[in-house]
Structure formats: structure tokens, C-alpha cells
Design a binder for this molecule. Structure first.
Ligand code: AMP
Ligand code: MG
Length: 355
């Protein structure tokens, strides 16, 4: 069903109460509103209303066994939706909420099965973004939201990409400008013995270990072709993918640049439209195609912020073949290199070549 999507602009911290009220009312009536968070834009509906969750799956074209994250605006609100709040969850909430961390906990009977994709656990996050928090409050306190993109496409970091994917499918988009972090929240499963990271993000393993002691990482998420099924259902799907065919080339910098240049020339001769993802220090070395810098290797946050935007820009430019440098997170580093590489590998369908 085609509908009119209203777009309102709200600068963080400057939300008019009327605008938030209008957005909140849409959610309370069972409608959908896309809103900014510090990670990516979310596609929100009432988490406690099973038909709202169904609408989210439909608007995204998302498989309904891929659960949504429930967003709250006060830590104490979590007690309604979880069966128990383990000590680990209390510590993490104290340390990282509001912020880019999602916790998996046993769900209470208040959360419909549609929201959790039939699982008996629920994903919960309190975002660190003023507009998001005010919107969640106006919406009644429990907003189920996956990223506001059509399933499979890169998550939106600008409202214009939300509009491209969701225009005509949802009631409202809150435009909060460019997103600060640019990749989705870290997901940590607290339902077993040792906490397990199901999706890497801005909050790193080292940061979690500082608070909890040992934390494991779900093996399925970084290894290409791992036979093990990922524990976050969403991680098994093709994701974040541009329309062009993306290959990551890893190795010594000079070799990588030379190899990408060679392939670009070859592909252009074949009539392909080529895109290159480099960094500030290498972009001047590439010769062919649409060349983009993801940012600075010294500041991985710049790369996280730019990645999805670049993939979307290639789509807009009709790029058919993409080569990217690799962005390995150094072991033990506090950076988000691991999260960046996780998303890039998925965008490339795990097509990584070591040279
Ligand atoms: P998105 O908000 O689009 O990033 O999607 C939410 C992510 O959280 C997906 O990868 C889901 O599979 C994951 N997720 C949500 N709820 C659960 C849960 N109860 N257990 C494990 N993963 C979950
Ligand atoms: Mg998503």
C-alpha cells in the first residue's frame, strides 16, 4: 500500500515537542516512523504490538525470522520486557547506556513473538541520541526498530537514503542529519554463561571485557564460509550489499594499489563501471573509476561513518564492479576495525583476496 511519507527535520537536542508528539502518536496508533540514532537510522514501530512488527518486516522486505531490536529510553523500562536482568546486564547498562550496545536477554510475556522472530529472547538497546530518546518516550517507551533500509541494502546513514528505501511505505521520517557512528550497534548475548558478541560494533570486545571479564565472539561472524550458523539470525543473511560486485583486496599497500589499478583498467576495458574504496593516504594513487576515500586508517571511526554512504553512492552512480582495500582491526586494538571489516566482508559476500 502506497502512503504519503511525511518528512520532518529535527536537529539533535532541538526537537519541537509538537513534532515529537506527532511522531509518537503515529507509533501509538500502530504506524511506522524512521528516526535517527547514533548508529544508523532505525525503522520504528510499537514493540509491544504484534501487527506493528509485522508491518516493519513488510516495509523492509525482511524475513520474519530475523528479530527486531527493542529501543527504550530509560534503563528501568527494561524490566517490563525481560524475564530477568542478570548482573552482567546491569553492569553493561551502567557502563554503556545510553549508547551503541544491544543486549540479548530472556524475554517476558509482554513482547510479542513477531517482534522477536519467534525467539524466547529479546534484543534491547537504549540509544545515545537525544532525538531518538525523546521520540521513544513520545511513542510510549518501547520502539522496535531494525535499520531503516530495504532488507539486504546498506543501512542508511542519511535521511535521503531512508526516503529512497522507505518513501511511500511508512508514515514519517525524522531527518536528523548525518549519523555519527555509521555502523550498527554491538550485540552481546547475556543469556548463557559467558557473554558472547553476536555482532561487532563501536563497543569493542576489549571494552566489554573491562566491565565483565571474559567475553567470547561468535565464531560465525568473522570467518568467511564458516559452517556454524550465526546466533544473531540477521547475520546469516546477505547484507549491506551494494549493487556492484565488491571484492576486498588485502596485502601490502603498494601491492594492493597496483593490483586494484590493474583490475580497474581491465574491467573498464570490458565496459564495466568501476568503483574503488581507498583511504585518505591512498586515493591519489588510484587511476581509474570512481575513487572514494573511506577516511583515515589512523581514525577508524571516520571509516565506519563513511562506509555505507560510499556503497550507496556507488549504487547511485551505476557502478558495477567495486574494489576495496581491507580494514583489519589490529588484534587487541580498541578500535572498531573488526566491526568495519565484518560489514565490508558481508557487503562483499566474503569475497576477500589476499595478495
Ligand atoms: P538491525 O536492527 O537491522 O541491525 O537488526 C537487528 C539485529 O539484531 C539482527 O541481526 C538480528 O538478528 C539481531 N537480533 C535481534 N533480536 C535478537 C535475539 N533475540 N537474538 C539474537 N539476535 C537478535
Ligand atoms: Mg539491518
Amino acid at each position: 500500500m502506497q502512503m504519503n511519507t511525511k518528512i520532518i527535520s529535527i536537529e539533535e537536542e532541538k526537537a519541537s515537542p509538537e513534532a515529537l508528539k506527532e511522531a509518537g502518536e503515529i507509533i501509538k496508533k500502530g504506524g511506522l516512523v524512521a528516526f535517527p540514532t547514533e548508529t544508523v537510522y532505525g525503522l520504528g514501530g510499537n514493540a509491544l504490538d504484534e501487527t506493528a512488527s509485522e508491518k516493519i518486516y513488510r516495509a523492509k522486505g525482511r524475513p520474519s525470522d530475523n528479530p527486531l531490536i527493542v529501543h527504550i529510553c530509560r534503563i528501568e523500562d527494561i524490566f517490563l520486557i525481560v524475564e530477568e536482568m542478570p548482573e552482567t546486564a546491569k553492569k553493561l547498562a551502567d557502563a554503556f547506556w545510553p549508547g551503541p550496545l544491544t543486549m540479548i536477554l530472556k524475554k517476558s510475556g509482554k513482547v510479542p513473538d513477531t517482534t522477536t522472530g519467534g525467539l524466547d529472547t529479546v534484543a534491547v538497546r537504549m540509544p545515545g541520541h537525544k532525538t531518538a530518546l525523546a521520540f521513544i518516550q513520545a511513542a510510549g517507551g518501547y520502539v522496535a526498530a531494525p535499520s531503516a533500509n530495504i532488507s539486504g541494502k546498506p543501512s542508511p546513514t542519511l535521511a535521503k537514503y531512508v526516503e529512497e528505501d522507505m518513501g511511500g511505505r511508512i508514515e514519517m521520517i525524522i531527518d536528523g542529519g548525518e549519523i555519527a557512528i555509521g555502523i550498527e550497534s554491538t550485540i552481546v548475548d547475556l543469556t548463557g554463561g559467558i557473554p558472547v558478541i553476536l555482532r561487532p560494533g563501536y563497543i569493542t570486545r576489549e571494552m566489554l571485557e573491562d566491565v565483565l571479564g571474559t567475553v567470547d565472539v561468535d565464531k560465525a561472524i568473522l570467518e568467511a564460509g564458516s559452517k556454524q550458523a550465526p546466533k544473531a539470525p540477521g547475520m546469516k543473511y546477505k547484507h549491506y550489499a551494494p549493487q556492484g560486485d565488491l571484492t576486498i583486496i588485502s596485502g601490502r599497500q603498494e601491492k594492493v594499489v597496483a593490483e586494484i589499478n590493474r583490475r580497474c583498467e581491465e574491467m573498464e576495458k570490458r565496459g564495466e563501471r568501476v568503483g574503488v574504496i581507498g583511504t585518505d593516504s591512498t586515493v591519489s594513487l588510484y587511476r581509474a573509476g570512481s575513487i572514494k576515500s573511506a577516511g583515515s586508517r589512523g581514525e577508524e571511526a571516520t571509516i565506519a561513518r563513511a562506509l555505507y554512504r560510499i556503497l550507496r553512492e556507488f549504487d547511485d552512480e551505476g557502478v558495477t564492479v567495486i574494489y576495496s582495500e581491507a580494514f583489519e582491526g589490529k588484534t587487541g586494538s580498541k578500535g572498531i576495525g573488526q566491526a568495519i571489516m565484518n560489514r565490508l566482508l558481508k557487503a562483499a559476500g566474503h569475497h576477500l583476496e589476499q595478495i
